[in-house]
Design a protein around this ligand. Structure first.
Ligand SMILES: NC(=O)c1ccc[n+]([C@@H]2O[C@H](COP(=O)([O-])OP(=O)(O)OC[C@H]3O[C@@H](n4cnc5c(N)ncnc54)[C@H](O)[C@@H]3O)[C@@H](O)[C@H]2O)c1
Length: 386
């Protein structure tokens, strides 16, 4: 670890990082990386710590003393400013970020992604602290290509669908389509951060994740989360596979997505943390344009990989179609396609994703099977109380 240098050959000095939302999926992987490969200290802020408890105890862990957990809700806790002041850098990951909530809990979604993030931005700006803020690829909304006639040749032209940080527009649906509450709140906080940079000199980096997936993402309903909960697509499909149920395809599973392995994406964040001169003032797409599939293809590949991992043959009817209204309720809508342009992150940080979709599903489903299969088997075999 000693003698590590940044991309310009300068020695990397240990820093204190206030990580808000550290107990979530991305936060847990980022904490792991920072503990095992750097000398930085983390003030881990969250309302939950389950996903990082393996990093917090026992006291004999090699990084003990470099990570402190602060259980607090940033909505209403006066300790937040003190923690930001103690740190050199703040990373804000806290958010409601599950599509099932965007149209059913739009107020919570807007408050979480905009209002609750405001004090974080304000304290960083007022105290001259650097901020890495997590936004989303959803800020792009729909592609320009989706408005062209179905048979238009232009639909094949990348200019109409590849998403670029500095030139692509943000195209959302009507206000009745409450699905866009999340994307719109994220867009407004991005604009505010950008304006704080321009007017008050805030040193910021904005991250737009494109479907990062891997172990510890969300929860399995009824096992380590509410039975009626609807997590993001990876955990939804994993839950179906573990329970030997058909995978539910919303509106035919025609949306196209690119998936990146969490460990590749964390490398990109690590580079941002340690290369402020290259990352400040930037908005970065972080995704894997080579791993593009429709959600239907994702379901088929997960079914195949899970059969290999579990040794159980797949169901004969592996998927079933459901309407978005039935699955998500009124006000749902979706982006058609999301391919990140990688020019900026490649130029500034030299980062490229490495892991293929098959390999990342293999390692993630191996984890899901090892972690949940037994608990699900017991839950299913338990007699229902009359
Ligand atoms: N995973 C992805 O592919 C992806 C895609 C797009 C955007 N993002 C963004 O990245 C960030 C992290 O995503 P994730 O996948 O790790 O989500 P996550 O839900 O696993 O983690 C978010 C964490 O924030 C915490 N949190 C929320 N509100 C809080 C509050 N008021 N006070 C304290 N803690 C609070 C939650 O308890 C949770 O542990 C989010 O901002 C999300 O919008 C992620």
């Amino acid at each position: 670890m000693a003698g590590r240098v940044d991309l310009d050959g300068n020695p990397i000095k240990p820093m204190t990082i206030c990580m808000i939302g550290a107990g979530g999926f991305i936060g847990s992987h980022l904490c792991e990386k920072l503990m095992s490969e750097t000398e930085h200290k983390v003030l881990a802020v969250d309302v939950y710590s389950d996903k990082i408890k393996h990093l917090l105890e026992p006291a004999s862990l090699p990084w003990a003393g470099r990570i402190q957990f602060h259980r607090l809700n940033i909505k209403n806790d006066s300790r937040l400013e003190g923690l930001i002041k103690m740190a050199d850098l703040t990373i804000n990951l806290a958010a409601i970020c599950t599509p099932a909530d965007y149209n059913t809990r739009p107020l919570d979604t807007i408050y979480s992604n905009f209002i609750d993030a405001l004090p974080v931005v304000k304290y960083c700006s007022e105290n001259g602290k650097r901020l890495i803020h997590f936004s989303t690829c959803e800020v792009y909304g729909k592609t320009i290509g989706s408005f062209l006639p179905k048979d238009s040749q232009l639909r094949q032209d990348p200019a109409y669908y590849v998403l670029k940080e500095d030139t692509s527009p943000c195209i959302f649906g009507s206000i009745e389509k409450q699905r866009w509450s999340y994307a719109c709140a994220k867009q407004l906080i991005e604009r505010l951060i950008y304006a704080e940079g321009a007017e008050n000199g805030l040193e910021f980096t904005i991250v737009r994740p494109f479907n990062w997936i891997g172990p510890r993402m969300d929860f399995i309903p009824g096992i380590d989360g509410p039975s009626e909960g609807v997590p993001r697509v990876l955990a939804c499909f994993s839950n179906n596979l573990l329970r030997r149920e058909p995978l539910k395809l919303v509106d035919g599973g025609q949306s196209q997505r690119t998936f990146v392995y969490i460990k590749d994406a964390i490398e990109a964040v690590h580079l941002m943390i340690e290369n402020p001169a290259r990352a400040n003032g930037q908005i970065f797409n972080v995704g894997n344009p080579n791993n593009e599939v429709t959600v239907r293809q994702l379901a088929e590949m997960m079914t195949e990989v899970y059969a290999k991992v579990s040794g159980e043959p797949p169901l004969e009817a592996a998927t079933i179609d459901v309407s978005s209204k039935e699955f998500y309720g009124e006000g749902y809508d979706d982006s058609d396609k999301r391919i990140p342009d990688m020019t900026i992150i490649n130029k500034q940080l030299g980062w490229n994703p490495k892991t293929s979709l098959w390999d990342l599903l293999d390692s993630t489903l191996t984890y899901q099977h090892r972690t949940y299969a037994e608990a699900i088997r017991k839950a299913i075999s338990k007699p229902v109380a009359s």
